[in-house]
Write a protein that binds this ligand. Structure first.
Ligand SMILES: [Zn+2]
Length: 1017
């Protein structure tokens, strides 16, 4: 799945599950007391004949079983209907019953596989025949599924998943042996169904048979059911768009991770792979799509419906099944290998060519991945479907990947290069999943990072294939992935990347930044340790061995170790990687030149400890974590550098000999920042590195320049380094000509800005930043190409444009007067000429600066443009610009309009609140608004992946006073129950902010008041 920073929320709805499920229980409940009195009366009344007594007793025993079962069902329904879907809580109901039941009842009470959170595994699906009739006029559908099952262990129970489905009829037949031999017995092998019922607590459906199914035999389960086409973004859901002023509807699926069960009864765990044959019946005015091509299509019936039958899929997991019913049009292309790629979208988007770019790169990417993995794309076609609403950026359904429009439609006229880059990476990500995910699927959700980490890593590798000049994997990866996730993973509230998941409600939790970004960073580190040819060889072997199946992380480690051994390199990849995947956090590696007399020179001491921002936690937890750290070290002086080979650090402290080291040579660890750790040095070495950067920065690689900046700021923030070191280090920035170090610096500076912008001495800080920025900013100037000019975004020289943009952003946000004048001039020109001549790449900066500096009329002008604009990317930045005003009345109005009217798209409301919070004038407002509206916000976005945590971190990250910390604690105590890991994380961050002020602010400003000369005394 693609991450979406601006993903619309999955709404929590108020459907009365309890009523619905109570009705679907087959037998009405009765109490045990009543059963006992009935029993006594029977015994007394018919005691005349012993024969009769025996018969009656037998009847009573049967009845007692029935009554017990009914009683149990009543409680099951109650447990599930209490609103806590999937919340377990059912295990304790197990114990108290069974004493009065007969033998069979006992057995059933002891073994009730539906009470386990996971499916029992006694039967496995082999094939699903799914027939659906879709009614777009009333948004319902009815279905029949026929599942071919293989019995693994003898059992009377078929337990599978179903949620929000109204099950109508259930039949089971015995089909024969596993070889598929047909059953010719009289009666057609019909198995008598004892009863069937829903167990909503675990979103399961249970079929109990009269007699056991036998291992190695095949059975067929038929279920017919009805359901609604959901109004929220999961299962089989609907959305709409307008075409020529007419509202049109479409319906599409989102099954990952656990929503296939909302569309048909199925074994909804990734390991139960099966083949699927789907038939869809719907009104003839609609088109339907699924994973596979249409095999046959019926002529319209009398009622105007058609039926499309889709070809049988390969073996796959339920959550990759997909279908859509819409009246979109498409454009198509073909790969050299004959795979048809189509892009489906709103007819107006197709005719304007907005899908052409994605179609073009998808074709190239299929070729790229086939070459890289040396495994062909598995299906005859790949459809890309652009939908107006989707809970994620995109979803990689096999052969039918679904994208939210903003992540696949590109209007080259008005799109900035960062919009294009984001879109490109989403496409690269989803296409990678066709192998890592669809073809080979993680066994269980604890290893979701196996697919998401790979897809995220390949976003950079695949984009480099498309645009080699962008240099994504060597550069942008560092700031956007590595630096970003090390911020989170340096908190003591972080968690290991492989995390245990059992409950359905916990599964959403595993799709977080740690899985995506740390996953990608670890894979990149591993690829660099192995070297690309061996890494590729291992992946190829892994994919071939597990294609159409599932794999766990150990399967991957085994294949990669084998690849290494084939070249005579004996590294146990599993042993190494377990340290990184099963432990949370990462180490800081400290390199010091040996000062002691006992060891000869040229020896260095290297130590590792768990990097944590919180000094208190650090000191108290005794630092027991160790990693196997692949450390690369370079030594250099003013004019040369040389790379030492890889040193493995396994212990707390080690001593190593560095051959080329002299008194005035510096050491640099983690060459090109390929490793997932931070590096610290003795102060003398920091000074040598800083001198190097001031004197001749090019000697150190771009990646390491960015890495030094990020490490220095974060080490200082956590108290490992004096506050002056990072400030002194960025004193070299006037010499810096590359984008990446600037980007790393600006990220760190904005972090500090949030801490400092309400302090009295703030101007000391902003003046220092402006001093570093001024020369390069004036040299680069402003972009000249207006929209629609030659050299469209597709050809953009990304590095130059991005650097220019970064400098303008720094200059304008820290208060460079010339930058302000330029932005105001652009806005005035727009208003007076009604022509927007602002280059797309910097529109967000100009709009925001204009709104913050100019009067209320400009705010109204932007508000009006927001309403009239139709380009999705433009709309978004206009909306964000409105949050830049320093007029709290306007900000308040915007917040209220966002939440209560439909003027602001639902998925953007959260961004509005966060952006108001980023505005120093809006901070208190956003923080108060968030607390006041928490119930509404949590109800709306609580279940959406990322949304809640994004909102919580967005409005709390700038809190940094004791009073704000207390407000946050009060809020957590009164309202924060059940908000997941975001609130504890926010608390830790705010505590860190307050601590920084207490411990470090004075030193920080002291340095700024009297910076030492670059020569460093
Ligand atoms: Zn993904």
């Amino acid at each position: 799945m693609g991450l979406n920073d601006s993903s619309p929320g999955t709404m929590r709805n108020g459907r009365g599950l309890s009523d619905q499920w109570a009705e679907s229980v087959v037998v009405r409940p009765r109490t045990t007391e009543r059963h006992i009195t009935v029993h006594k009366r029977l015994v007394l009344g018919f005691a005349l004949s012993i024969l009769t007594l025996i018969i009656v007793t037998a009847v009573a025993v049967v009845l007692s079983i029935r009554f017990e079962e009914c009683d149990g069902q009543n409680r099951e329904a109650a447990a599930g209907g209490s609103g806590s879907r999937g919340s377990g809580g059912s295990a304790k109901l197990n114990g108290s019953r069974g004493e009065r039941t007969g033998e069979r009842g006992d057995e059933e009470a002891a073994v009730q596989p539906w009470r386990n959170l996971r499916l029992p595994g006694s039967v496995r699906p082999r094939h699903y025949d799914l027939r659906l009739a879709v009614y777009m006029d009333n948004f319902t559908f009815s279905g029949e599924v026929s599942i071919e099952l293989e019995c693994v262990n003898a059992t009377r129970f078929i337990v599978l998943h179903a949620d929000r489905l109204e099950v109508d009829r259930v039949t089971v037949t015995a089909e024969g042996g596993v070889g598929g031999r047909p059953n010719n017995r009289p009666g057609g092998g019909v198995m008598r169904v004892h009863r069937h019922f829903a167990f909503p607590a675990n979103q399961m459906y249970v079929v109990v048979l009269h007699r056991e199914m036998k291992p190695m035999r095949v059975y067929r389960l038929n279920v017919s059911f009805d359901a609604a086409i959901e109004d929220e973004l999961l299962g089989f859901f609907r959305s709409s768009y307008t075409l020529q002023r007419e509202r049109r509807y479409l319906a599409v699926t989102q099954f990952s991770p656990i929503h296939a069960r909302k569309a048909f009864p199925c074994f909804d765990e990734p390991v139960y792979k099966a083949t699927f044959s789907l038939a869809l019946r719907h009104d003839q005015q609609y088109t339907s799509l699924s994973n596979m091509p249409v095999e046959s299509s019926s002529l319209p019936d009398d009622d105007g419906t058609v039926t499309n039958r889709f070809a049988r899929t390969p073996r796959m997991s339920t959550y990759y099944l997909a279908w859509a019913v819409c009246n979109f049009t498409y454009k198509e292309t073909q790969t050299d290998g004959g795979v048809t790629i189509r892009l489906y979208a709103r007819p107006d988007a197709i005719s304007s060519g907005a899908g052409d770019y994605a179609l073009h790169i998808t074709k190239r990417l299929l070729g790229f991945y086939q070459d890289y993995f040396k495994v062909q794309y598995s299906l005859p076609k790949l459809d890309l479907l652009a939908v107006p609403k989707h809970p994620y950026a995109a979803m990689e359904n096999w052969g039918l990947s679904v994208f939210v429009e903003q992540k696949i439609l590109l209007d080259a006229e008005v799109s900035s290069s960062s919009y294009q880059m984001e879109l490109t990476m989403v496409v690269v990500h989803e296409i990678c999943h066709q192998w890592f995910g669809d073809l080979v699927t993680p066994v269980w959700w604890e290893d979701v990072w196996l697919k998401e980490g790979f897809a995220h890593f390949f976003e950079y590798v695949g984009t480099d294939f498309l645009f080699p000049k962008w240099n994504m994997e060597k550069q942008r990866f560092l700031t956007d992935v590595l630096h970003e996730v090390m911020l989170l993973d340096g908190l003591s509230s972080s968690h290991p990347i492989s995390q245990e998941v059992e409950q359905a409600t916990d599964i959403n939790r595993v799709f977080d930044w740690i899985a995506y970004k740390k996953g990608a960073a670890l894979i990149r580190m591993l690829a660099n340790v192995m070297g690309q040819p061996l890494f590729q060889k291992g992946l190829n072997d892994y994919l071939l061995s597990h294609m159409y199946g599932n794999a766990a992380r150990d399967d991957l480690w085994r294949k990669l170790s084998q690849a290494m051994r084939s070249e005579g390199r004996d590294i146990d990849i599993g042993e190494m990687m377990d340290r990184w995947t099963l432990q949370m956090g990462y180490p800081v590696v400290t390199i010091s030149k040996n000062q002691s007399e006992q060891l000869p020179t040229r020896y260095i001491t290297i130590s590792q400890e768990h990097f944590l921002y919180g000094q208190e936690v650090r000191n108290s937890n005794n630092d027991s974590l160790r990693w196997q750290v692949p450390l690369t070290v370079a030594v250099g002086n003013m004019s040369t550098t040389s790379l030492q080979s890889l040193i493995w650090i396994n212990n707390r402290t080690e001593t190593h000999r560095i051959a080329l080291m002299g008194d005035n040579t510096w050491l640099l660890g983690n060459v090109n920042q390929t490793g997932y750790f931070r590096v610290n040095y003795d102060l003398q070495n920091w000074k040598l590195l800083i001198q190097q950067l001031h004197g001749n920065p090019q000697i150190i690689s771009v990646g390491n320049r960015a890495g030094l900046i990020d490490d220095a700021f974060n080490l200082a923030r956590a108290g490992y380094l004096p506050q002056g070191i990072p400030l002194q280090l960025i004193g070299y920035l006037p010499e810096e000509t590359s984008f990446l170090p600037w980007h790393a610096a600006s990220r760190a500076l904005y972090q500090l800005d949030k801490l400092l912008d309400r302090t009295e001495e703030y101007s000391l800080f902003s003046d220092y930043v402006l001093k570093q920025v001024a020369a390069r900013y004036h040299q680069m100037g402003w972009p000249t190409n207006g929209p629609g000019s030659e050299g469209s975004v597709l050809q953009a020289s990304y590095q130059t444009e991005e650097l220019q943009r970064e400098l303008i952003m720094l200059a304008c946000s820290f208060g460079n007067k010339q930058c302000h004048r330029q932005a105001v001039a652009y806005i005035s020109d727009w208003i007076s000429s009604n022509k927007n001549r602002i280059p797309p790449n910097i529109r967000d900066i100009v709009y925001c600066t204009g709104v913050s500096l100019m009067d209320e009329d400009v705010w109204e002008f932007i508000w009006m443009k927001f309403h009239s604009s139709s380009a999705v990317s433009e709309k978004k930045i206009l909306l964000e610009a409105l949050t830049c005003s320093d007029n709290t009345f306007l900000l308040n109005r915007l917040l209220n309009l966002s939440l209560t009217s439909d003027l602001v798209p639902e998925q953007d409301v959260i961004d509005v609140i966060i952006h108001v919070g980023r505005n120093p004038q809006g901070r208190n407002l956003a923080w108060r608004y968030f607390r006041e509206k928490w119930d509404i916000l949590n109800a709306r976005y609580g279940e959406a992946l990322f949304m809640n945590s994004k909102l919580i971190s967005g409005v709390t990250e700038f809190l940094n006073t004791e009073q704000e910390l207390n407000e946050l604690k009060d809020f957590i105590q009164s309202s924060g129950v059940g908000a997941g890991p975001a609130l504890p994380r926010a608390l830790e961050i705010v505590e860190g902010n307050v601590r920084w002020h207490r411990l470090h602010r004075r030193q920080f400003y002291q340095w700024l008041r009297k910076p030492p000369s670059p020569a460093l005394g």
